[in-house]
Design a protein around this ligand. Structure first.
Ligand code: ARG
Length: 248
């Protein structure tokens, strides 16, 4: 009976208390989404999200542990307690919000279209992409994939495990366009696409707030995260991190 009581107490505990007791904040993300989380030359995961959760762990007085997880398993990993929160450029959408809670969004992005060299002159608006002659790529399980299927049902859709693979397919002329989040498309365009004759249609055609996801039923943790975000957004910490990754 005592055992059961201990277990019930633990279940009632906010994730926040568990983090503090453990002395470690465990963050789930998938590296590969520039400039939010990517692997540098030394093999370290770096980026905007990393700097934000580093600041978060500091404010909690705990250590940070990054749990690199494949995108299609990232929500199941949270639900089965592999980490305390997801900080992985995740778009707050209604379908995901049925399963998880989101803190107030920390940035807003949107879908853009990166066009292959072959079609760089022909395609001048994202609206033209709804045509059976075009192959469109994106990443499995993302809002890019959802947008491509929803907005361009007539096009031929091809899914990739990683965002850079989806864009390489277009760079290599095997697809007409990649639909994916700005700023990722913009960085790829600047690094590789521009010299290869690609074109970026960089006016976003979807509204995508990104937020930290946590398990449902934990108002204490949600309250802490929202107040933390408001604080760093107004005391210069957010701006410093933002300028580091998005400033010119
Ligand atoms: N914002 C998009 C989505 O939520 C893509 C996020 C991909 N993130 C990543 N770390 N690979 O579906």
């Amino acid at each position: 009976k005592e055992d059961i009581n201990v277990r019930l107490e633990l279940q009632k505990m906010s994730t926040l208390e568990k983090i503090v007791q453990r002395g470690t904040l465990r963050v789930g993300l998938e590296a590969g989404y520039m400039p939010f989380e990517m692997t540098d030359k030394k093999g370290n995961v770096v980026g905007f999200d990393i700097d934000m959760v580093t600041e978060m762990a500091k404010a909690m007085g705990v250590k940070l542990e990054i749990v690199n997880t494949a995108w299609d398993g990232i929500i199941p990993g949270l639900l089965s307690d592999k980490y305390d929160l997801i900080a992985s450029g995740m778009t707050v959408n209604q379908e995901r919000n049925l399963k998880v809670n989101f803190a107030i969004p920390y940035i807003v992005v949107g879908q853009t279209a990166l066009i292959s060299k072959e079609y760089a002159d022909e395609i001048t608006s994202w609206k033209q992409l709804n045509d059976a002659k075009y192959v469109i790529t994106s990443k499995l399980g993302t809002t890019g994939e959802q947008a491509a299927k929803r907005l361009f049902p007539k096009a031929q859709y091809k899914s990739f495990e990683m965002e850079d693979q989806a864009m390489l397919e277009t760079l290599n002329g095997k697809a007409a366009a990649t639909v994916y989040d700005l700023p990722m498309t913009s960085i790829f365009y600047a690094q590789r696409g521009k010299d290869a004759g690609m074109k970026l249609l960089k006016d976003p055609f979807t509204y995508e707030p990104l937020g930290w996801a946590i398990n449902k039923g934990d108002p204490d943790f949600l309250n802490w995260l929202n107040n933390f975000l408001t604080q760093i957004k107004n005391d210069g910490r957010y701006d410093r991190i933002y300028d580091k990754w998005f400033g010119s």
